[in-house]
Write a protein of this length. Structure first.
Length: 434
């Protein structure tokens, strides 16, 4: 009798899903977002954030309906394939893969920058590449172990942001938010969009865990929504407390005038000695925030690539599950190799922008899918129903579409590169099918 192929193992509780959901994203509080201040100043990035928070709140509540109705590890790829067919499903899946594969190397560069604060004579690449191998092994060892580690480091990272705000809020001055707040006018809002999105990029990865959760409909609903609420609160307090100390320039440029990937340590250094316990605590535990997102997005990316191989949209070996650990080891390893190659380019800002293009494509297609699925399959069991339908998905669709166009206008060469990757992948997909 032929044995059944190994399957993904269901072990995740709502608390673990919350930890993974927040963990995917929390590095956005520790680095990357401050690059948007150079583009738009406090007011430009602030206005962009208002729209992006609206996008993610409406998107999350709408996307959760899909995740609960169709609990598959492919996430947006599976939803789009069901409604629009394999071609649109493939394009959506590639957009998701680009997001989950190109975001981790950007975070890895942030990990290298934070660790180098303690070892200034060692190359950041050493720490960044080392992080890839360490967390590949952890993710390959089992999803419950990976999720437990994620919950611990995420909780520490949240605690560090709260500690940071407790130290900085007494020194907050509204004048610092107003200083050079509008350096590039209205254009600054559009240029700051990808860095506002970086505060929340990856939250949708929760849906890719659906086949590894206990009672997926209830677990995904509770974990997804609670994670989004947590992230909005953390975003607002990080933004205001960081800039409110000395203005936005102080957390964008380091002492040598170079753009920095570590805004929170820069803010802390203006208040306390770099040898103080509070500075060391925020930096060390802040590193856990980067680790949480890096580790979590590797986990979600592995599931996305695995599903691609599992349904025949990519080489079959990517869709294999390790029989001992019940994890998609091949997909994880493949993503790691691509990620390290991207990391070696040293283009953190460009990697962030590429991953955001992938995310926005996913958001656009997914919101259209929510609307269409209500019409095409009204009897489909929906354990969770999006509130304020159809206004929430329509709002998310409009903001995501506008953001994509604005980003393409201000990052034309990266937009063309993104579309080229999608086009070449699609041509390869069609040739392989034939």
């Amino acid at each position: 009798m032929k044995s059944k192929p190994a399957a993904l193992k269901r072990t995740l509780s709502p608390l673990m899903v919350w930890g993974l959901g927040v963990g995917y994203v929390i590095s956005g509080n520790y680095f990357g977002w401050n690059l948007g201040l150079e583009k738009g100043g406090t007011l430009g990035l602030g206005i962009a954030l208002v729209f992006i928070i609206t996008l993610y709140v409406t998107f999350t509540f709408s996307y959760t309906e899909l995740a609960c109705a169709i609990p598959k590890s492919g996430g947006a790829f599976d939803y789009a394939s069901r409604v629009w067919g394999k071609d649109i499903g493939f394009i959506t899946g590639m957009a998701q893969n680009i997001e989950f594969i190109f975001a981790p190397p950007a975070i890895a560069s942030g990990i290298g920058a934070y660790v180098q604060l303690f070892f200034p004579h060692v190359s950041t690449l050493f720490f960044s590449v080392g992080a890839y191998f360490i967390f590949f092994l952890l993710n390959a060892s089992g999803v419950k172990l990976a999720a437990t580690v994620e919950l611990v480091v995420t909780s520490l990272a949240v605690a560090a942001i709260i500690l940071f705000c407790m130290i900085t809020f007494p020194h907050f001055q509204i004048e610092n938010l107003q200083r050079s707040a509008w350096p590039h006018g209205w254009e600054g809002i559009f240029a700051a969009v990808p860095f506002a999105i970086w505060f929340f990029l990856g939250i949708e990865g929760v849906a890719n865990l659906a086949e590894e959760t206990l009672n997926p409909q209830q677990t995904i609903r509770i974990g997804f929504v609670s994670a989004m609420i947590t992230l909005v609160i953390l975003c607002l307090i990080t933004f205001t407390s960081s800039i409110g100390i000395s203005g936005w320039e102080a957390i964008v440029y380091d002492s040598s005038g170079k753009i920095s990937d570590s805004p929170l340590p820069l803010a802390m250094a203006s208040l306390v000695s770099i040898e103080s316990w509070s500075y060391s605590t925020v930096v060390i535990v802040g590193l856990f925030g980067l680790v949480a997102s890096f580790h979590g997005l590797m986990l979600a990316g592995g599931r996305s690539t695995f599903e691609f191989g599992n349904v025949g949209f990519a080489p079959a070996f990517l869709g294999k599950v390790n029989s001992k650990f019940q994890t998609p080891t091949n997909a994880l390893f493949f993503n790691m190799i691509i990620g390290i190659i991207a990391l070696l380019t040293g283009k953190t800002g460009e990697l962030i922008t590429l991953s955001v293009f992938g995310a926005l494509t996913l958001y656009i297609v997914s919101m259209i899918t929510v609307l269409k699925l209500r019409q095409s399959e009204p009897e489909l069991p929906r354990p969770y129903v999006a509130p304020f339908f159809p206004y929430f998905p329509i709002t998310a669709l409009i903001i995501a579409s506008f953001s994509f166009v604005a980003m393409a206008f201000y990052n034309l060469h990266l937009a063309l590169l993104y579309l080229l990757i999608i086009a070449l992948s699609y041509i390869g997909f069609k040739l392989i099918k034939k």
